[in-house]
Each structure stands twice: as C-alpha cells, then as structure tokens.
Design a protein around this ligand. Structure first.
Ligand code: ATP
Ligand code: MG
Length: 594
C-alpha cells in the first residue's frame, strides 16, 4: 500500500455523510455563490469610512447605530461568579469611544501597539475595539502566559501600552517591567485603594475623567490593525501582522462558514488571546450584528451545557479538544436539557476526528461542522457549510473567494496535483484580504511561505473527487515508515474509535529498518484501566482498521497529553521527550503531567 492508498482507505472507512440541518443558510448553493463571489462585492456589504478608508471597529460597532441597533445587546457577559451583564451596541460605541480618547490623551498615536493581558472580562473587548478605533494596533496576550513568554511578545511587538489586572501585573509584569523600556503606559482595570507606582494608571479613574467623544480614525485598509502570535505547536510562536481590510474576510466568512444571522445568539468559546477568539469571538459576530456570549469561566461540562441552554445559544463555535472532553463526559450529561435553540455547531483548531462528528450528530441532533484556517490566514479558509452534506473527518470546501489546492513543493517549484486523493501540501492562492502581511521581525520566514501566487500552509492534505479537503497532518508531524507516508490524524482518529480511548497523540520514532515506526500515546475514558491486555487490544483494533503498515507498533498510556494553551496536541513535545531531545519553545504549553 502506498501513501495515497492509505489516505483513500481512511476516507472510505468514514464515508458516512450527514445531511444538513439548518433551515435557511446564508450560503444556499455553494457552487453558484462561489462562482458569483468577488471580494469587491464582499466589501460592499460593509459601510467603510470616507475616501476608501476602512476600520474594523467602525464596522463592528458604530455603523450599527445608524441602522437602529443601538439598543440591541452586542455582548452578553457571563462572569465567573455567575452574574450577567449586557452591553448594547450603543453602550459599546460609547465605551470604545471613551477608551480610544483615553489612549489618545495619553499621547499614544495611530500605529502604536496596545497589548492586553486579561481574562475574558468586558474591559478586554472594549480595549480591543477602542484601540482599533484610535487607529492603533491591538495585540491580545493569553492571560495564563508566564512572565517570560509575556516579555518576549511585548518586546517583539514593541508594546507602548498594556492593559491588565492588578493580580496579573503583580504576578507577571512587575518583575520584568524594567526590561521593557518601550512600554510607556500600563492600565490597571482593578487598581484598588493603594497608590499605584510610576507608569501605572488606574483605568476606572482615568475613564471617569474622559469624554466619550471620538471620531474613529479613518485608517487605510492596509494599515496594521492586529498582531497575533501563532500557537507554538510546531516551534517558536510567530507574530502575524493583520490589517484593517481583514474585516471583509471576517464578515463574509462569519456568514458563510458560521452561518451567522442577525437574530443569532452566538457563542465562540475561544479566548481572544488566540486568533479565533479575535476574528470570530469579537469581530465577525459584531459586524454581523449578532448578540455574542462571552463566558469568563474555563471549560466545565455542566457549566457549558448551562450556557447553551440558559442563554439559548443558536450558533456555537468551539474546538476539538473541548468536544473530546464532552464526549468523554458522556451523552447522559445532556439528558433533560432543552437545547432546541441550537441550530449550527462548528469546530476549529485541530483535526476534528470523524468519531466526534458522528457523536455530536447523535448527542445534539446535528453535527459539528469542521473548518480549517491558521493565524496567518486571518479567517476561515475551508469549511463545512450549513447547506452541504458533512463528510465526517473532512475539513470541507474552500470559502467562496478562496482557491485551495494540493501541491507538490520541491526546491521552490510548486506543481498543483490535479488527481484526487493525492497527498500534498495545502496551498491557497494569494489575494484574500485577511492574509497576514508579515511575520513581525522575521521577513525570511515570511517569504518562505510564498511561492509565486501560492501561500504554502505547512499542512498536508488531500482533496477527494467531490472537492472536499481532508487533513493528513502537519508537514513536520507526518511519519515516513517503510516508504509509506502516514498522517498522525488518521491513526489518532482510529484509536479514539475504541471505547476506552479518550485522546491520542501519534508520532514517528526512528527505526533502522523502517525509517520510522508509529508510536501512540493515549488517555483513557473513565471506567478503563491500563493493562497489557488493553494495550494489545488497541494495537489489534488499530491494525484491523488501518492495516499493519499504518497501525502503531507501540502504545503508551498517559494521564494527559501535552497541549498548547489553545488546546492543540503538541506532538513535537511527545517526540522530544521520547527521544530525550531538547523540548524547544514551550511558552504556550499548558501544564501537563506527562
Ligand atoms: P505554530 O504555527 O506556532 O506551530 P499553530 O500552527 O498550531 O502553531 P495556529 O495558527 O493557531 O498555530 O493553528 C493553525 C494550524 O492548526 C493549522 O496549520 C493546522 O495544522 C491546525 N488546524 C486548524 N484547524 C484545523 C482543522 N480544522 N483540521 C486540521 N487541522 C487544523
Ligand atoms: Mg502554524
């Protein structure tokens, strides 16, 4: 069996299609709308500012006031302690005006970098949009980072201002403050009674002295707006630069891939410290005038189900790692709940195992719709649409306006592989508005991503005869064993079909005869005990599904798998630990026990 047959075999195994559920999707006829689509047309859905300027915050907030939506709830914030706060579009316009005015009063200028390090509290959302209004660049940092990763990012990002909380400042910034000479202002959202040291400002007091009058800066569509660091799954995180024009992609992909309608109650579970939490946890839901839920609490099965039920969430966007935890908890946890408002569920961040799609269809009466994109692409690029059959395990089809291909990339020559089901690198034809404009301070790495008109994603995939794309693995993670190319995703997906396996991480380990052999690490579902018998059973189980050439030779159990804070399995770390090699950049590693 060669590599291609391996991939085709997997597709046959999971070829069950799930019919669409949604009633009136925005994207009704994929082929027709793809043919008719143009980015100019998409821009026409936004209002823009005079003389061709475009500002993300204006499109997300202020333009709605002219359309009679001032009293509509924009953000429904659910605090950790169980309280609830509604912020209307009108209030959000005022709060963000005031924040923009405050930044300007501090002497900051358009183009200056404003960073946040906050949990999911209202100030974060106001700061993000207020910064954009002021024509400044916003860069959100995940609040659980330690001082070192925070310092590196503030330095490469040339942060001029940071908004954070008193406890986070004490724990993470105070000790590194004197190493950050460019950081002029630190805004503390909860300063307390004590006097603040030099250079620190209490935000509430400053805001109370600031007028809420501000004219959104008429930014050029190509002006830098956002700086996002990648997840660090494959190495040191890169700082991807995005511009205001990205809002065109956020807006239309929100409509097509998430099927956002104005009357939706929408919940994106991603933290704005990651690109998903910004593009689809702030911008797209607001440009599309939905009411969005912000849940301050961390993952908890019953609390999440409470949010879905009590808040009457209609569109839900989450990630495979959370979905696998819901699966592990069992369908029983959904019993007696009224989730009748839920009509569309979507997932991103990692490959979504076919088992998870089938499970969700049984548990919720609708499947999760997987979609694929990267920090670098700024917005969703490949998706399963509400109007289309879902093939569990597939990422779906390219968004209207996006041309994706499977290519062979050798020595700087890119050839498009025309035959279906051939494994190659996933490439996207450049020209969409949310593509990154740079990796900050790393032009060599940036240039390497582009060959001719193609942006090379670093992911391997295949396209089937119906045009659906299937993820095979990251180019770095693909295993070469006795001439076969094996994608870890396929092996992991087959292992988690076993009732005992909750999660799996698969790597290749060097082998003299085979080049590499497949090794798997698994975590178990409750009720299962690790034993020699279970190990053998799992190897047999995988062999039956995948054949001996692809199935793991070795399987070990772990309590948890090493993951990034955004929830991605870090295979490179499993490998480094297995081989006793240096762990590399682990700034985004969630604490783990392996
Ligand atoms: P780094 O680039 O720092 O190693 P990262 O690639 O994980 O980290 P992100 O930009 O957050 O950083 O993630 C994008 C990557 O996540 C994609 O290149 C892909 O490998 C993976 N990914 C995202 N969505 C999907 C999906 N639906 N199916 C498969 N893989 C996905
Ligand atoms: Mg990446």
């Amino acid at each position: 069996m060669n590599a291609q047959e391996g991939a085709v075999g997997a597709m046959e195994r999971i070829a069950k299609k799930i019919a669409p559920h949604s009633l009136s999707p925005n994207l009704k006829d994929y082929d027709k709308e793809s043919r008719a689509f143009s980015w100019e047309g998409a821009r026409g859905q936004l209002d823009g500012l005079p003389d061709g300027s475009l500002n993300i915050a204006y499109e997300a907030v202020d333009r709605h006031l002219l359309k009679g939506r001032a009293d509509k709830v924009a953000i429904r914030w659910l605090s950790k302690s169980g309280s609830r706060k509604d912020i209307t579009y009108g209030q959000l316009a005022e709060d963000t005006d005031r924040f923009a005015r405050l930044l300007t009063n501090l002497g900051l200028n358009p183009g200056d970098r404003v960073f946040s390090m906050l949990g999911r509290v209202p100030e974060l959302y106001i700061a993000a949009l207020g910064t954009l209004k002021a024509g400044m660049v916003f860069s959100p940092l995940f609040s659980a980072f330690g001082p070192e990763p925070v310092k590196t990012r503030l330095i490469i990002g040339e942060a001029a201002c940071l908004i954070t909380s008193a406890p986070l400042y004490r724990r993470k910034i105070a000790s590194i403050r004197n190493e950050l000479p460019k950081l002029e202002h630190v805004l503390i959202i909860d300063p307390g009674e004590d006097e603040l040291p030099e250079g620190l400002h209490g935000l509430p007091a400053l805001l109370s002295q600031t007028e809420a009058d501000f004219q959104t800066v008429a930014t050029d569509p190509e002006d830098m707006a956002l700086l996002h660091f990648t997840s660090g799954t494959t190495g040191t995180p890169k700082g991807a630069v995005h511009v205001h024009a990205a809002v065109i992609a956020h807006h239309v992909t929100g409509q097509y891939a998430l099927d956002l309608h104005e009357d939706d109650i929408y919940w994106c579970t991603a933290d704005p410290g990651w690109v998903t939490g910004m593009s689809y946890g702030i911008i797209a839901p607001l440009t599309n005038a939905t009411t969005m839920i912000v849940n301050e609490a961390e993952f908890d099965v019953d609390q999440w189900y409470d949010v879905l039920e009590k808040e009457r969430v209609s569109v839900w966007y989450t990630a495979p790692t959370a979905i696998r935890m819901l699966m592990k908890a069992g369908k029983e946890r959904l019993e007696g709940r009224d989730l009748s408002h839920l009509r569309f569920m979507s997932s991103v961040g990692e490959p979504l195992n076919p088992e998870a799609v089938v499970w969700s269809d049984e548990a919720f009466g609708m499947p999760f719709h997987d979609n694929w994109w990267q920090t670098e692409t700024g917005g969703i690029m490949i998706a399963n649409y509400a109007s289309m059959d879902v093939k569990p395990g597939s990422m779906g089809k390219p968004l209207p306006g996006i041309e994706a291909a499977i290519v062979d990339n050798r020595n700087g020559n890119v050839t498009v592989l025309e035959e279906p089901n051939e494994i190659g690198e996933l490439a996207l034809r450049t020209g969409w508005p949310s593509i990154m404009r740079a990796y900050l301070n790393n032009p060599e790495k940036f240039e390497k991503c582009f060959v001719g008109e193609w942006y090379l994603t670093g992911d391997l995939a295949v396209q089937d005869e119906d045009g659906y794309f299937w993820f095979v693995g990251r180019a770095d993670d693909v295993i070469k064993s006795a001439g076969h190319l094996i994608g870890p995703f396929e092996v992991e997906s087959s292992l988690i079909e076993h009732p005992g396996v909750a999660e799996a991480g698969v790597i290749g380990i060097p082998d003299e005869r085979m080049g590499e052999v497949v090794k798997a690490y698994v975590t178990l579902n409750s009720g299962f005990q690790w034993s020699e018998e279970l190990r053998k059973e799992l190897i047999g189980f995988a062999r039956k599904r995948l054949g001996p050439a692809v199935a793991p030779r070795e399987i070990e159990v772990r309590n948890t798998l090493p993951k990034t804070r955004s929830g991605k399995i870090m295979r490179r770390l499993l490998k480094a630990r297995e081989l006793g090699l240096p762990e590399g950049d682990i700034s985004t590693l969630e604490s783990d026990e392996s």
